[in-house]
Ligand binder design. Sequence first.
Ligand code: VGL
Ligand code: ZN
Length: 198
Amino acid sequence: MTHALIVIDVQNDFCPGGALAVPEGDAIIADINSLMQRAEAVVLTQDWHPPGHSSFASSHVDKAPYSMIEMAYGPQVLWPDHCIQGSNGAAFHPDLDQSCADIILRKGYNPAIDSYSAFFENDHTTPTGLEGYLRSRDITRVTIVGLALDFCVNFSALDAARLGFDVKVRQDLCRAINLEGSRDAAVAAMMSAGVDLS
Ligand code: VGL
Ligand code: ZN
């Protein structure tokens, strides 16, 4: 066992009709399902915030969704309320074949820290446990797909590369939010980190 497929946040709130809808977020699901069926190991991640999470604009006075604030750990985009624990928006999209998952990793449950990456919270130091899970299964190579390319996929890929995993991101199986050029910036960052974007 050396390779894992990591499927990031294919949840209702990130698909058309959801609270933080990514354009065409649901268009990648059928091909992700086929890829999961052929994968050696499959990790699904789920964005999983408590009500009143600090990444929600509604948790701050006079802040609009998609504006920025400075948190103790650095700049943070403020989002519409999304992926609230146990809600329908936080559920996986009904078309995603969850039966292939070896493990479902939830992130973003710490009220004070957002967690884009599947490996670390946004302070870049609090681990989620995924590194240990992969290493204990002797996994050295990961392919990352899902939502959103410029946030959770990007941060997961950068952390995986920094941790020494061989990382591939299938851009055709991702979709971006694209806030002020965030898509191009993410692609450039992943390229310079040595992520295979072919
Ligand atoms: C995500 C913004 C906020 C993502 C999660 O899955 O990319 N983006 N929470
Ligand atoms: Zn979130």
